[in-house]
Design a protein around this ligand. Structure first.
Ligand SMILES: Cc1cc2nc3c(=O)[nH]c(=O)nc-3n(C[C@H](O)[C@H](O)[C@H](O)COP(=O)(O)O)c2cc1C
Length: 353
């Protein structure tokens, strides 16, 4: 297996076998106000929404996980089948592996299913020169979109991961211009990968015409921990220590949703493992919730297992809407909530980032 394919396989294995979640559940800092007299039947609650012009049965999507090596085909196919049956969105993992001649099929497979919102994926570090690596521009971006007939291309920001891995791409100068030039002609979503997006960064991205933001804040999968466990296996003590030091780094996911709410559609992610958390994310300002690690075990198993897990989350979202008296997704966005704990302190601080 080539390096890049091996790394993709390692990420799945480490995420499955090790504890790579953040110590904090920041979604627990958000409390929704109960409505004892909702005056609506549970079955009447309308969870449907329109996101980026696509109709979803519920504001939920599976965000980027994998692709580019043989086993990934099964994972993406299981996810695509479930997401098409449930009519929710799906993103694939970084397509660099395919552009570097890895398994194309492991991404293309999702085209065979009627997934209502498909999101392609490339990394911001690939938009600028890195050691001995190709730099990507509009041509590769278009290839990534065409590969899965995507509605959007996610450019992921993952510098926390890059500094925590032995072979990391740590040149960040020029990424903003790279994203700007792609945004001129292509529908670009910018996503973090577990450390969140600040208001300042959200405003800068809005200013260059990106279509939406996926905050992927702290509180869920910690890519610093993932890379730390990998480094330990490779016997790289220095990277392991750096990864430990930064294991809890990032803006709490609920706070990042609030800060990134600058007038673009916001996908809330980072630690969303149930439908109550997904509904809370909508109450604090998101337009859709995203989840990755919570469906990984099921994605390795079968499409039925993924479907069961996601439909449970969707039912929990519906129940939360019922218990807050929200008839539809718009009303869920206006539900009263209380912010507590560390998230409250973050949200009340006047911070630049
Ligand atoms: C095994 C694994 C691989 C991932 N690979 C990618 C990737 O290739 N591109 C990307 O943008 N995000 C990637 N992510 C990040 C997720 O899309 C998501 O932003 C992050 O895991 C936070 O969500 P969670 O707490 O629900 O896992 C990956 C996550 C996991 C668990």
């Amino acid at each position: 297996m080539k390096d890049i394919e091996q790394r993709k396989a390692d990420h799945i294995q480490v995420t499955m076998e090790e504890d790579v979640a953040s110590r904090h559940d920041y979604w627990d800092d958000v409390k929704l106000v109960h409505n004892a007299l909702p005056e609506i039947d549970l079955e009447e609650v309308d969870t449907s929404t329109v996101l980026f012009g696509r109709k979803l049965s519920c504001p939920l999507m599976v965000t980027a996980i994998t692709g580019g090596y043989p086993q990934a085909e099964k994972i993406n196919e299981n996810l695509a089948k479930a997401c098409s049956e449930l009519q929710i969105g799906l993103g694939v993992g970084s397509q660099r592996a395919a552009l570097e001649k890895g398994s194309l099929r492991s991404y293309e497979v999702i085209k065979e299913y009627d997934v209502p919102l498909r999101v392609a994926n490339l990394g911001a570090p690939q938009l600028v020169p890195q050691r001995r690596k190709r730099t990507y521009g509009p041509e590769e971006a278009r290839k990534a979109i065409d590969m899965i007939e995507a509605d959007l291309l996610a450019i992921h920001l993952n510098f926390l991961q890059e500094v925590a891995q032995p072979e990391g791409d740590t040149n960040a100068r020029g990424c903003f211009d790279g994203i700007r030039s792609l945004s001129r002609d292509l529908p670009i979503l910018v996503k973090e990968t577990g450390a969140g997006i600040s208001r300042n960064v959200a405003l800068r991205l809005k200013g260059i015409g990106v279509r939406g933001l996926d905050v992927a804040g702290a509180g869920g999968t910690s890519f610093s921990k993932v890379e730390g466990r990998r480094a330990a296996k490779l016997g790289d003590r220095r990277s392991e220590r750096i990864a430990e030091t930064f294991a809890e780094w990032g803006i709490p996911a609920p706070v990042s949703v609030m800060w990134a709410d600058v007038g673009l559609p916001v996908i809330a992610s980072g630690g969303i493992v149930n439908g109550l958390q997904a509904a809370k994310s909508m109450a604090v300002g998101a337009h859709c919730a995203g989840t990755a690690r919570a469906v990984l075990r099921e994605a390795l198993e079968s499409p039925q297992a993924v479907k069961e897990r996601l439909s449970l989350m969707m039912d929990e979202m519906r129940i939360t809407m019922f218990l807050t008296g929200s008839r539809n997704v718009r009303e869920l966005g206006r539900v009263g909530y209380m912010l507590t704990g560390a998230s409250k302190e973050w949200a009340s601080a006047d911070l630049e980032g």
